[in-house]
Design a protein around this ligand. Sequence first.
Ligand SMILES: *Cc1c(COP(=O)(O)O)cnc(C)c1O
Length: 425
Amino acid sequence: MSRIGTKCVQAGYEPQNGQPRQIPIIQSTTFKYDSSEEMGRLFDLEASGYFYSRLQNPTCDHVAARICALEGGSAAMLTSSGQSANFFAIFNICQAGDHILCSSALYGGTYNLFNVTMRRMGIDFTFISPDCTDEELYGAFRPNTKAFFGETISNPSLQVLDIERFAKAAHSNGVPLIIDNTFPTPVNCRPIEWGADIVVHSTTKYMDGHSSTVGGAIVDAGKFDWNANAEKFSGLTTPDESYHGLIYTERFGLEGAFITKCTAQLMRDFGCCASAQSAYIVGLGIETLHLRMAQHCKNALAAAQLLSEHEKVAWVNYPELADNKCYDLAQKYLPNGSCGVVSFGLKGGREAAERFMAELKLAIIATHVADAHSCVLHPANATHRQLSENELIKAGVPSDLIRISLGIEDTEDIKEDILCALESV
Ligand SMILES: *Cc1c(COP(=O)(O)O)cnc(C)c1O
């Protein structure tokens, strides 16, 4: 079996004799068939093939297959964004009246999606600290709980989730563990190897890596036994009337049921599909993901060390610093590096944060992370603006927090830029 770096370059697309070396961009909404009968079989999910790019497109499928191979899954799909990936991953196995248990350390957009928009759909969410006791954790599951959701490394609070522990808790309650693995990428952590059942990504971040295109992905490990709790996951284990009574787990097995249902129902009905152009860009980005992640992590560790030794800095959060509360978890789950994002606070608080950011020359101010270009953000003023002071603290995002995303520029230039900006604070 090839190693992760080889998979980044080659997985998901194997050109045959005389075929294009690069994944072709199939810029077509629809596909031609010789007979109406043949097309009918596609619509009944009896044959596999392409008929309309809202559901599936060959370019998107090659890139999904690349991500699937990187994560070690059985099936995968692309979505138009990380937000739609998270929405689909949850909504594929729940409905009004159900409950989802989540880590409270989440990306602001995900928190809002769950806590506001999906609540309006009648789905209840409980947010629990990743540092909770076993008693709190096991006590939080309900009979109608359908999944546990968490981020491997939370954005922006950089808490490392004890994946094995939460997988065990989810499985002993008969539900899958869904992990957002956007920050470490499969280069640095493969949650499926630690017991995760579904892995989601915002490919907008490191996978694309050049802030070119918004996108998402869902990967199924293909291991969760939906039939063991068939009544809990009736959408997968009982007939789908919108497909003439087809049963997903019966027809597609544990390996294919989740992604097929997600494509056939949610993508069909909501239409949050990736474009072939976007998928191509993500596929191209992934070819260098292993090289870029190494430089992102090198630059982030250098920045974190520099900041933690500076007199004007109040605190630094980076899981690889020896005094970090997640250090042991990072050593376990992220032995080759975590991510390129560092958060910290200045002794001057909120005001100093704004001044520091204005003084940076190399790192630009942007609502983005995980980009080849270094960038910086004050979340309390941007992505987490909708959260109250209390919610900010609960989400691990105090109002003085500066999030800096280290790019892949030269390490010494980045250090100089940070030092110069600190001088003027
Ligand atoms: C950015 C991000 C998302 C949302 O992804 P979009 O592609 O912006 O929709 C979800 N989860 C995490 C951890 C993220 O960083």
